[in-house]
Design a protein around this ligand. Structure first.
Ligand SMILES: NC(=O)c1ccc[n+]([C@@H]2O[C@H](COP(=O)([O-])OP(=O)(O)OC[C@H]3O[C@@H](n4cnc5c(N)ncnc54)[C@H](O)[C@@H]3O)[C@@H](O)[C@H]2O)c1
Length: 316
């Protein structure tokens, strides 16, 4: 079995590559390194099943065609995307080209070579939920940024290839994911940014009043979710959420990480209009369809991330 992992040199991609290699798949990665790093894959270089790391762009249709023709993949895990919300507000075209045109190129090749596509969506497409309600896949969507809009457009396009052209498609919507290999700048995520600031003894900056909540998913649980979805026939044609089922406010997250209120400050939000104030995942569907649940507690995940960041600092 061979799998193409787009965005495989990125944060989640690195863990997905690891998961497929350890389950004896032949793996090919395509990544233009716009936000990834080939070093993320360095520990797999000697594994012969990692067939190729192609440093190229999914916006180039011919490159994608040639890759599918060369390897005849059974599965494509499509993770490559422009992921920065603020950048998508500043340059919407970038989100459209990477996330919609890039996905179109993958879908066209998948149609031609009969490849199953696992498309990585995001929880950022959802509308605000009531304070006591978790979000399941029937929850209304409201894309509040070109990032969310382009991801949703990619999902809809993929579903049209499923309904209209019989391409096997699975749409995954993981909630905010964190862990080792995530960037600690604005291209990263809140947990990595906060833990890194703690280690540097710098103040944690919270955008807005910090009451916005997140359901934080540890990255190995996320990779497990992607892998299980790719192996299950029941998931084809479905949209599936993944999260822990518990949310935490950004204020409480900061306090959990630094335990000292003096090390936390609130600053003006860059894009309050694109903020989702409450995100709690309902993963019942993932449990039913593929027996998936998140295994890692937030405390455990933060500790693993912190230990990894300390190790990275030691290597410098
Ligand atoms: N991190 C999260 O919290 C989260 C949550 C839900 C969904 N997602 C989705 O998961 C996927 C991976 O996210 P991530 O956090 O690992 O981000 P990431 O930026 O680390 O990974 C994306 C990878 O895609 C590559 N890429 C971007 N545009 C490309 C292009 N045109 N051609 C080839 N490669 C390209 C980047 O270089 C990067 O390595 C994305 O689709 C994202 O929308 C992420």
């Amino acid at each position: 079995m061979s799998v193409l992992i787009t965005g495989g040199a990125g944060f989640i991609g690195r863990w997905v590559v690891k998961k497929f290699l350890s389950n004896n798949y032949d793996v090919v990665v395509i990544d233009n390194l716009s936000n990834g790093n080939s070093e993320n894959l360095s520990e797999f270089r000697n594994i012969y099943r990692l067939k190729e790391i192609v440093i190229e762009d999914i916006r180039k249709k011919e490159i994608i065609e040639n890759l599918f023709s060369k390897y005849n993949f059974s599965i494509c895990i499509h993770l490559a995307a422009q992921i920065n919300v603020q950048e998508s507000l500043d340059f919407p075209e970038k989100a459209f080209e990477n996330n919609v045109i890039g996905t179109y190129n993958i879908l066209e090749a998948a149609r031609k070579y009969n490849t199953k596509v696992i498309l990585m969506g995001t929880c950022m497409v959802y509308d605000l939920a009531d304070s006591n309600k978790s979000i399941d896949e029937m929850h209304p969507v409201k894309p509040a940024s070109p990032y969310a809009g382009s991801k949703l457009a990619a999902e809809e396009l993929a579903l049209s290839y499923y309904y209209g052209l019989k391409v096997p498609i699975v749409i995954l919507r993981p909630f905010n994911t964190y862990g080792p290999f995530q960037k600690t700048n604005m291209e990263g995520g809140v947990v990595s940014i906060f833990v890194n600031l703690k280690l540097k003894n710098e103040k944690l900056k919270i955008f807005g009043d910090g009451t916005q909540t997140r359901d934080l998913l540890y990255v190995e649980d996320c990779a497990d979710f992607v892998f299980k979805a790719s192996e299950s026939d029941k998931c084809v044609g479905e949209i599936i959420n993944a999260g822990t089922g518990e949310d935490i406010s950004i204020n409480d997250l900061a306090f959990l990480i630094v335990e000292n209120k003096d090390q936390i400050e609130h600053v003006k939000h860059h894009h309050p209009q694109s903020e989702i104030m409450k995100l709690t995942c309902n993963s019942t569907k993932a449990k039913i369809l593929m027996d998936w649940t998140a295994k890692t507690s937030l405390k455990e995940g933060i500790l693993k991330l912190e230990n990894w960041l300390i190790k990275q600092e030691g290597k410098k």
